[in-house]
Structures are given as structure tokens and as C-alpha cells.
Design a protein around this ligand. Sequence first.
Ligand code: CP3
Length: 348
Amino acid sequence: MAQVSDKRLLRALRGEVLDRPPIWLMRQAGRYLPEYRETRAKAKGFLDLCYSPNLAAEVTHQPLRRFAFDAAILFADILLVPDALGQGVAFKEGEGPVLGAITDEAGLTALSLANVEAHLAPVFETVAKLSATLPNDVALIGFAGSPWTVATYMVGGRGSPDQRAARVWAYRDPDGFAKLIDLVTEATVLYLQQQIDAGAEVIQLFDSWAAQLPDHEFDCWVIAPTAKIVAGLNESHPDVPIIGFPRGAGAAGVRYAAETGVTAIGLDTGTPIAWARENLQNRLPVQGNLDPLTLVAGGTALEGEARRILTGFGNGPHIFNLGHGIVPETPPENVARLVDIVTSWKNS
Ligand code: CP3
């Protein structure tokens, strides 16, 4: 039988209320660290960095050498799945991701599950390297994008403020759009199962564009595919906890928590603490939700907000994190200050 881990993140995910919460930060590896920029310059491009196990493992380790985080998150990207399905993804300097847009059912013929696992093999190698080299008390988080969020990039061909292209296809032709969602869902289950087999101890599903969907669309494109992924992973790997992050879901987060089967829910910056305590943390562990811009500002804003979150969520299971990823202009010394505040905290 698998041994129950006493790593702080895993204890919080089992629902334990701890003396202080575990801490890790979304995008804890990245451009705000000079050593990341240096390693990044050695790779041919961002995707090359993701597919080079030595370099990807190195950048995963970098924040842990500076800060006492309780977890490491695999260095990769949510858009590796469309790349593995055959869509072709490019990251252009200063522009973000660009994909050949697929806007109708006919476009799906370009995609196939056949090469997904072989294409993503370097990522599994990165996970295995990390699993062998991380400090004993640090948990290893694997991840993927949720199908809706990944599909918004596949259909739009790039990021967009309102995910217009995917929303229009989903309204115009829900059956065709469902085929795209099903394909991404299936690829994601395979991808995450192999991450776990290689050593990932926790999974996070990023649904960064879950805002703005009406009830029925939220049920079809956010809740249902997430529930399928959770069921698939629970079947093959019942002991691995799953954190769902439906950014911008608001009150629909209550249905998400009840119906997807996720172990814990990530809260974005705008989620009121008192509301989340009463509607979510009473049922499952919560993660979040410091505004990443307080990490840019530093000083009393950072300290005040960090303490407000520690106090607000201190009586239930809680994982300290941001409400969205670290931004590139963040001074690393502010991250050090935050980790200090959280790791020296004692719940009363
Ligand atoms: O440290 C970590 O959190 C792990 C690595 C990680 C990255 N992206 C690295 C990355 C993770 C978990 C992600 C998730 C991701 N990727 C999401 C979901 C979370 C979120 O931020 O909403 C999304 C939507 C993406 C897609 C993506 N990747 C975009 C839109 C961009 C361009 C915007 C940007 O920030 O540059 C990326 C690039 C990216 N992914 C970078 C990093 C470190 C910067 C690339 C570079 O070095 O040039």
C-alpha cells in the first residue's frame, strides 16, 4: 500500500488544518528570476525549453533554491497538448502563443491522439528527473490546462480578452465543438496519467478562462470535461489529489466544487474571503488568493494582504498561493518576504 505522505501540501489536500498553510506560487519559475532568463536564452525558444528535460528541470528547481516553497510545479505549458495533437504552436517574442486556428468541425481532421504520448515523452522525463532530485519535503505538482481554456487558444489561434471565437463556435455548433472538447479531454487524461506515473504527486488543472460563461455553457464546457478528467485519474490513480482552478468562476465555483470531484479549488484574486469560507472551504480545501500585483508593490500592501488571507482562511484547510500567476516585473525580494511571512505564521 502507498505510504501516506507527510508533506505539508499533501496534508492540506487531505483536509488537515495546519499550524501554517503550505505555500507555492503559480508561475513561481519564470521571467522575474534572472537565472530563468539566463537558462531561457540557452534554449532555442520557449517550447524548446519545455521539451528539454535538463533545462526544464533546472528552471523548476530555480525558485526552490531561493525560497522555502512547499511544492515545485513542473515547468511546461498548457499549450503542449494542442502541440502534441498536431496543431502546431509557436511562441513569438513579445506576442505570446500563436496557433493555426481551428474554427469548425472540419478543422478537427488535422488533430490526432496517435502521437500525444510520444510527443510529450520529454515532459515525462522532466517529471522523473524532478521526482529524483527534489528535497524530501517538497511536493511535485504536475498540471494541464482544462479543456475549455486550451480550446479557447486552439479556436482563437491566440489569447483574447473575451475568448470570442470559442464561445461563438460553441453556440453555433455545440455538437462539433463538443468533439474538440472531447479530444482535448482524452489527450489530457493520457498526459496526466503519465505525469503521475513519472512521479507527480498532485495535479493542478488550469481553467484560466472560466469567467463569462452562462450556466449551461459553464456546465457543458467547464464542469463536464473537468469531471471526466477527475474520474479518469481517480480510476487509474485514486490517491493523487487534484486542484481545480476555474479562474473567474465566481458563484459557479460552488457547483464546480460539488460536481467535478476535484480535491481542492483555487481561488482567483476577486473571490471574497468570507464568501469562500462559507461556500467552499466548509466542503473542501481552498488555494489562493493573493493578488500578484501586491508582490510587485511589496511593503505594507503585501504584508497586509498576506495576513488578511492567512487570518481569513486559517481555521480551515488552506494552501497559500496567488490568485493568478506571478508577473515578470515582480522583484524576487518581495517573494522572499512573502515566503517569510507565510512560513513564520502560526494559526491561533
Ligand atoms: O512555474 C509555473 O507555474 C510552471 C510553468 C507554467 C507556465 N505556464 C510557464 C510559462 C504554467 C503552469 C503555465 C500555465 C499556462 N500557460 C496557463 C494557465 C495559467 C495562467 O497564467 O492563466 C496559460 C493560459 C498558458 C499559456 C501561455 N503560456 C501564455 C498565454 C503565455 C504567454 C504569456 C506570458 O506570460 O508570456 C505563455 C508563456 C509562458 N508559460 C511563459 C512561462 C514561464 C513565459 C514564456 C517566456 O519565457 O518567454
